[in-house]
Every structure is written in C-alpha cells, then in structure tokens.
Design a protein around this ligand. Structure first.
Ligand SMILES: *Cc1c(COP(=O)(O)O)cnc(C)c1O
Length: 331
C-alpha cells in the first residue's frame, strides 16, 4: 500500500526545516518569452518562470532530499537510492551536509558528468545492472543488508512535502496565476503542486506534462491504474517507466489536465529558454514550457506559471537546442 500523502502542515514543517538551506528561487516574467508564446497562437497568454534550475544542485529535487534527511527518520545507517540523475545528486548533497552515508546505485555506463557530480558530493557510487530496474533490485539488497533507508523516487511523502515548498514560494511570488504547469517523471513535483494549490489557492489549475516517449505517469492517470511504459525520452528527469501509487493518488484527485509533448518540442522549448529568457534548462526542465508552446489554445488568455525544474543540461543537449529548427518558436 502507498504511504499517505503529506498534508499542508507537513509542507509548512518542511518549509521551516529548509529555511536557510535552499535557495528562494526567482519567479520571472520575460516579455520576449511571452512574444514567442503568443506567436504560436496563444492570444493573451502571459508566462512566469519558476527558476528551480537555480536551486542547489541545479534542480528542485534537493528540497525533497533535504527535508527527508533533516527529518532523519530511519537513516541512522545511511540512505540508498538508484538513479541516473538529479535524485542521486540531491540525496548526495543533502546527506553530505548532514554527515549521513549515501550510496547511489547507477546502471553500468552512466553519464560520466552525473556520476562525477555524485562522487564529488562524497556519495558512494555502485555501478550495477543494465538499466534502472536492475539497479533498483541491487539498491534494495544493499539497503536491506546495511539496515539503510532505500529512498524511492516516487512513493516518499517526505520528498513530496519538501518539493512542495517550491509551490508555496511560487504562489507568494506570483499570486495572480490561473494555471501552473509542472513536468512529471515519478510525479512528486506535480503531486506537491496539487497539494499546495488545493490548500492555498484552489482556483489555480495544475497541469502535468510528460514526454510522449515515456508516458507511464500520463497513461496511469488517464486510466486510473498504475501503468508501466517504455522509456525512450532524451529528458533524463522524465525517464521514469512506471506510475507510483502515492503520487497518482494525489494527481487523480487534484490534477486538472495531463499533456504529452514529444522530445523535439522539448528541445524547441530549451531553445526558447536560451534565446528568450537567458536560461539554461535541461530537457525535463523545459517540458512545461514545451506544453505551453505546443498547445496554444489550451493556455490562451491565461496567466501561466511554468516550473523550470532543472538546469543540468549536457553540452551536446545545449548544442542540439541552439541549432534546432525552432523557426516557429523564433517567429
Ligand atoms: C526529477 C525531475 C523531474 C520530474 O519530477 P518528478 O517529481 O519525478 O515527477 C522534472 N524535472 C527535473 C529537472 C527533474 O530532475
């Protein structure tokens, strides 16, 4: 059974726990970005960007990891996770700051940049398995052997409560929003946004976005049952192959809509961030903007907050974004 979702009181407690430990990231409007969005046919739309790409470790996930580690439940013998990306960096960062041993299992042949980043933060990296599924099995056996806490990427209320602090900030920074667009992998960020808006700003609709090349959470939400789907997206933060019970429960209750964008649209949104907002977004970080650019009618006339969830883009990814055929985006 899935653990119960956090309450708004849990989110407030997380906010206090994280005070001084996370960046209060800016929420920014860009006239040129609004022009691009309107050029796609979205009349009267205005966009503000919540800049979690400027968060410690370059992604919003560190809010959740810090909340979990600072709370300290069940981590006397350390934490273990399986991840190729930002979840690993976030846990390594939070553990190092608290002096808690951290082990990350990555599939063989990981992205060397991310592997190094995790090692640099003092975590132990174990390379095991051909994919994340095999790494997960190994991570569980390590955690069992050591009595350490295995930290899932989707079914962890403390992660959801921690990342929810980003939405609390955003609602204070941009009180006029109609719609909040959030990228979805395992669904923690979107579930957090749902819980916070439901409690503090119920008139704000939350829209989830996933890559059509890894639609597990989307398909789970549409069908009301946990689905497993192939992962073919380039966007690492969205490369999740199954729906999670905790986050899906929240999304089923509160999410207004769930959109899919393809990887090309994500690359075009990275282009728009680079050229219209002086912003480096990784693929997952650009997915929310990709949805606004791809579905102009859906967002016409609305004041939209897009979560730029991370900025850890690789060099070849940025080159692809800069040289992509974004004629429509640049019109
Ligand atoms: C993990 C991640 C996501 C997806 O977040 P979930 O909480 O897993 O849905 C989106 N963007 C970035 C940059 C991420 O690292």
């Amino acid at each position: 059974m899935a653990p119960a979702p956090p309450t708004i009181d849990d989110v407030r407690a997380a906010q206090q726990r994280l005070e001084g430990l996370v960046v209060t990231t800016p929420t920014t409007a860009y006239p040129e970005l609004d022009r691009r969005v309107r050029a796609r046919g979205s009349a009267g739309t205005s966009v503000v960007v919540k800049h979690e790409n400027l968060q410690h470790t370059g992604a919003f996930k560190v809010r959740g990891a810090l909340n979990l580690v600072r709370r300290g439940r069940g981590i006397e013998h350390g934490v273990v996770a399986y991840s190729t990306g930002n979840h690993a960096q976030a846990l390594a960062y939070a553990s190092a700051a608290a002096g808690v041993p951290c082990t990350i299992v990555m599939p063989r042949d990981p992205n060397p940049v991310k592997e190094r980043a995790v090692r640099d933060r003092g975590a132990e990296v174990v390379l095991h398995g051909a994919d994340l599924g095999e790494a997960a099995v190994h991570a569980r056996s390590i955690a069992d052997r050591r009595g350490a806490r295995l930290v899932s990427a989707g079914d962890e209320p403390e992660l959801v409560a921690g990342v929810a602090t980003a939405t609390v900030e955003l609602l204070e920074q941009a009180p006029e929003l109609d719609t909040l667009v959030v990228p979805v992998g395992g669904g923690s960020g979107a579930a957090a946004a749902c819980l916070v808006t439901a409690a503090l700003a119920p008139h704000v609709e939350v829209v989830g976005v996933q890559s059509s090349a890894a639609p597990a959470a989307h398909d789970s939400w549409r069908s009301g049952a946990l689905r497993t789907r192939p992962v073919r997206t380039r966007a690492e933060g969205l490369a999740v192959g199954c729906g999670f019970a905790l986050t899906q429960t929240v999304l089923l209750q509160h999410l207004a809509d769930f959109l899919l964008v393809d990887d090309e649209a994500i690359t075009e949104a990275q282009h728009a961030y680079l050229t219209a907002a002086r912003t480096v977004a990784e693929g997952a970080g650009a997915a929310a903007l990709a949805a606004v650019l791809s579905f102009p009618d859906r967002f016409a006339g609305r004041r939209v907050g897009v979560v730029c969830s991370g900025g850890n883009a690789r060099e070849e990814e940025l080159l692809r974004a800069l040289t992509c055929d974004a004629a429509g985006a640049a019109a």
